[in-house]
Design a protein around this ligand. Structure first.
Ligand code: SF4
Length: 326
């Protein structure tokens, strides 16, 4: 089977936030939230981004939509350099690139009915007649499982799972090609999570969508993603096909993360790797490998040199000095 076309390509992305101090609010340093991150997402593919909270996953997602301006690097969407677009050109492009938030309640205006919430992105991006507007709203409401009478209600009249359906409908009503789903099920009960994940997967098939799926929950990412990237302190330390990374993790950080999740299959049971120490501050990242303070396999070279990216299998890339001689 031929590989699908690359839709999103991120090259050497960096996002730094200034730290201001002193009476005159001078810039005294930078938080390195995203550091030298590169990956590709093909058409109709789900690429999962995992890592502990604060590792830069959400900032990566927002930077590639240019909701946060990158400090350096490039993002291509369908071959077009997004960083070269003006604010107005980027605003138009957003109908093809949408975001689903973790907290649907905070992202939905409580004073708007569901109908108005779904109409708003359409009137921002298209000139539709009242009939076309109503048809499009009816279509997306049906696609996410909302009944017609629910369109006249307000967000507070819905459960958390239903609010996330509204949030997904709002993101998809413009028929985007790419969606960044930022922890879309983290705020939901476990019983509802599966429904929303199945909804996202069903809509992906129906609308031929590509997803960047961000989550700290490794089981959720395994369920939905065909490829995965593992982030630590703003860096992508391992990337590859999901099953390959989950069954044969190479980076010590990925091994530690995966050892901590309950296994579905007892034959996969492995010893838990306990990491010591805290995640270093992204305002003052350690020299060499960013993980060296906590790594059980740290060597002298790790404290001095940033590990290069090494391909350890087809499409499976790792940044660790242990891979240097493979
Ligand atoms: Fe551990 Fe060294 Fe590999 Fe970093 S480069 S993960 S410190 S072995």
């Amino acid at each position: 089977m031929s590989e699908k076309k690359v839709l999103v390509e991120v090259q050497d992305l960096r996002t730094y936030f200034p730290i201001q101090g002193g009476l005159v609010r001078k810039t005294v340093g930078h938080v390195h939230a995203v550091e030298d991150v590169s990956f590709r997402i093909r058409e109709q593919e789900t690429f999962g981004l995992v890592g502990e909270s604060g590792c830069g996953k959400s900032t990566t997602g927002r930077t590639l939509l240019r909701l946060i301006e990158p400090t350096a690097g490039k993002v291509f969407f369908d071959g077009e350099d997004l960083c070269a677009l003006s604010k107005e050109e980027m605003r138009k492009k957003r109908r093809d690139m949408q975001l689903v938030f973790q907290d649907p309640y905070a992202s939905l205006n409580p004073r708007m009915t569901v109908r108005r919430l779904l109409e708003e992105p359409l009137t921002t991006h298209f000139s539709l007649s009242p009939g076309e507007l109503s048809d499009r709203v009816g279509w997306i409401a049906g696609a996410v499982g909302l009944a017609p009478e629910q369109l006249e209600r307000y967000p507070h009249q819905f459960s958390g799972g239903q609010r996330q359906r509204i949030s997904i409908a709002r993101a998809l009503v413009t028929k985007p090609r790419f969606v960044v789903a930022d922890e879309p099920v983290s705020a939901l009960d476990v019983s509802i999570q599966a429904q929303i994940l199945n909804l996202l997967m069903g809509l992906q098939k129906e609308l031929k969508l590509s997803y960047l799926f961000i989550s700290h929950d490794l089981n959720v990412v395994r369920h939905i993603s065909s490829r995965v990237g593992v982030m630590y302190l703003g860096r992508l330390v391992e990337i590859g096909d999901t099953e390959e990374v989950y069954l044969r993790p190479v980076h010590p950080y990925t091994q530690a993360l995966l050892s901590a999740i309950p296994k579905r299959d007892p034959s996969e049971e492995k010893k838990r790797i306990h990491l010591t120490g805290d995640v270093p501050s992204p305002a003052n990242p350690p020299k060499g490998c960013a993980f060296h303070d906590r790594c059980p396999q740290c060597m002298a070279v790790c404290k001095e040199e940033v590990p290069p990216e090494v391909e350890v299998g087809p499409g499976h890339k790792v940044r660790c000095h242990l891979c240097g001689n493979r």
